[in-house]
Design a protein around this ligand. Structure first.
Ligand code: SF4
Ligand code: SF4
Length: 172
């Protein structure tokens, strides 16, 4: 299982076109999704997110009303104070957790989340392999990019290529 973040970045970018083709391949055939879920569970069980934290450095976390309630309660501050101190406006104008390009999420300490028990739903579900709306195949467009930084997604994509006997470019 590959977990080195530098390698994941390099290989995920290198395989971007291949992964886009893989997405097309999945969409044009019928699959039993259970095998993809099983592979996702295996990869998730084998990778310890506490040693990684890359999604917290890379992604914007969109907030729902209940996330703000939970986090404000956890931090024992008023919701208005939480919004003022810990949120900002994301690229698409939505409210997101405060973050910086250099350090990532405001709550990231080392590789760990300092508000883990009250982390937003989007963080809890990330990388949205086992929990997400729609089928895994319909969510493949998100995974091509995530495979450039998330070890779980990268390894899962490679496992599913094997499972589905996807012929990589250069092997046709
Ligand atoms: S709240 Fe925690 S899990 Fe979510 S992005 Fe920030 S550090 Fe990561
Ligand atoms: S979900 Fe992926 S990117 Fe985030 S901590 Fe886990 S392995 Fe790393």
């Amino acid at each position: 299982m590959l977990t080195d973040l530098v390698q994941i970045r390099r290989l995920g970018e290198k395989k971007r076109d291949e992964n886009l083709q893989f997405r097309k391949y999945l969409k044009t055939h019928d699959w039993v999704e259970r095998q993809f879920r099983h592979a996702a569970q295996e990869v998730q069980d084998a990778i310890d997110c506490r040693l990684c934290g890359e999604c917290c450095r890379v992604t914007e976390v969109q907030l729902a009303e209940r996330d703000i309630e939970h986090l404000a309660k956890f931090l024992r501050i008023k919701e208005a104070k939480f919004v003022e101190q810990y949120t900002m406006t994301g690229e698409d104008g939505e409210m997101i957790l405060r973050r910086s390009k250099e350090a990532g999420c405001v709550f990231l300490v080392g590789n760990e989340c300092s508000v883990y028990e009250a982390r937003p739903g989007n963080c809890e579900r990330f990388p949205h392999l086992l929990r997400g709306s729609g089928s895994m195949v319909s969510r493949m467009w998100e995974y091509v990019n995530r495979a450039t930084y998330c070890p779980i997604v990268y390894n899962w994509m490679e496992a599913v290529k094997e499972l589905t006997k996807f012929k990589k470019p250069g092997t046709w």
